[in-house]
Design a binder for this molecule. Structure first.
Ligand SMILES: C[S@@+](CC[C@H](N)C(=O)[O-])C[C@H]1O[C@@H](n2cnc3c(N)ncnc32)[C@H](O)[C@@H]1O
Length: 359
């Protein structure tokens, strides 16, 4: 094998995601990674799980139980759960991301978890009933969903989510499916784009921004940020940045059809949970939290849930200080009632598609 040079960088500290070779290799450079964590930052290529203790408290994993992590990501939450399910328990991890999922699966195998304890499924969590049908029709004792993006996706400019570093305006969690944000902007008319900005991110200047962007060729993330700022000349720099963040969020939600996926998962949850099963959902903006709150409340009223969070749980002040990405997090939970009739899992066509690639 020819020797491959690592990417060069100018100056003392690497700025680009691909140049941060020390952060990408925590086993070889533990001090670098520790220093980054101590500064309240996330090392490149990793993700710090949020509200871990609160999630363990509400999910109460026990040896021998069967768990589902709908949003496996780096596997931080899943690993904490999996340790507590031993001996005899198992966890399946779902993720739509074909780039990060194999890396996470490898980390779990390297940590000694064989397929009888841990299995990964590359799929959208909207297909959870199908996955459970493929898993032998078993219902879960605990289900976790930690919505949104992982730090690996957010920080890697090549994925097209980064506001700081330039990259293709993509934003797909699964780049093999659907259309990129660039194509969406190009093909959507002003009215629909304004609606999308307003509904997905409560953007106050939705119409103004949609008029500036709809039908245009906007190829990179920094180009988009600049066009948003230019379309709002009357605003302060701080207000402009807030609009940039909201428009990125609105586009990401649209590109990945995130609300459709969440609504589908919320409807399917009661049939996916065993009697007495626990579910916890971590959200990062009001559009997500509203949906979870409403679904759990409706489930309580109909009797499919025996109990549910009355108040939303938030990260501790200490966690918010140590990890700025936890600041917006909101956690809600519910417990499946006992003795309520459970419908069959909707498995039909997926049984022929083969495991590990449902969507
Ligand atoms: C916030 S991260 C999860 C991080 C994880 N809890 C950890 O500790 O590393 C969210 C993950 O969910 C995935 N994801 C988001 N929406 C999804 C969906 N509808 N179906 C499957 N995976 C999804 C993303 O690709 C991302 O990897």
């Amino acid at each position: 094998m020819p020797h491959k040079r690592r990417p060069r960088y100018s100056g003392k500290n690497p700025r680009r995601f691909t140049e941060k070779y020390k952060e990408h290799d925590p086993a070889k450079f533990p001090e670098t990674v520790q220093a980054i964590l101590a500064a309240g930052k996330t090392p490149a290529g990793a993700h710090r799980p949020i509200m871990v203790q609160e999630i363990l408290d509400v999910l109460r994993p026990m040896p021998g139980e069967f768990a589902v992590d709908c949003t496996l990501g780096y596997g931080g939450h899943a690993l904490e759960l999996l340790h507590r399910l031993q001996p005899g328990g198992s966890l399946i991890g779902l993720d739509a991301d074909p780039i990060e999922l194999p890396r996470t699966e490898k980390r779990f195998r390297d940590a000694g978890f064989a397929p009888d304890a841990f299995r990964a499924h590359r799929c959208n969590f909207a297909g959870l009933p199908k996955v459970l049908a493929l898993e032998g029709g078993r219902r879960a004792d605990l289900i976790l969903a930690d919505l949104g993006l992982s730090s690996m996706q957010l920080d890697n400019p090549a994925r097209g989510f980064s506001l700081k570093f330039d990259g293709p305006l993509d934003m797909r969690m699964n780049p093999n499916k659907g259309q990129s944000a660039a194509i969406l902007i190009q093909r959507t008319n002003v009215t629909s784009l304004a609606e999308l900005f307003s509904e997905n991110a409560d953007e106050f200047y939705a119409e103004q921004l949609a008029s500036a962007l709809a039908g245009t060729h906007c190829q990179t993330t920094l180009q988009l940020g600049e066009r948003i700022r230019r379309a709002l000349p009357h605003l302060s720099d701080t207000e402009k940045e807030l609009s940039v963040r909201r428009i990125f969020q609105a586009l990401r939600i649209a590109v990945n059809e995130e609300f459709v996926a969440i609504d589908t998962l919320l409807r399917a949850l009661p049939e996916c949970l065993a009697e007495g099963g626990r579910v916890a959902i971590l959200t990062f903006h009001s559009g997500e939290d509203r949906r979870v709150k409403k679904a759990f409340k409706a489930g309580l009223l109909s009797g499919v849930y025996a109990s549910a969070a009355e108040e939303v749980l938030r990260p501790s002040a200490e966690e918010m200080r140590a990890n700025s990405r936890s600041k917006a997090a909101k956690l809600r939970w519910a417990v499946r009632s006992m003795g309520q009739a459970l419908g069959g899992l909707h498995c039909a066509e997926s049984l022929q598609t083969g495991a590990h690639n449902v969507f």
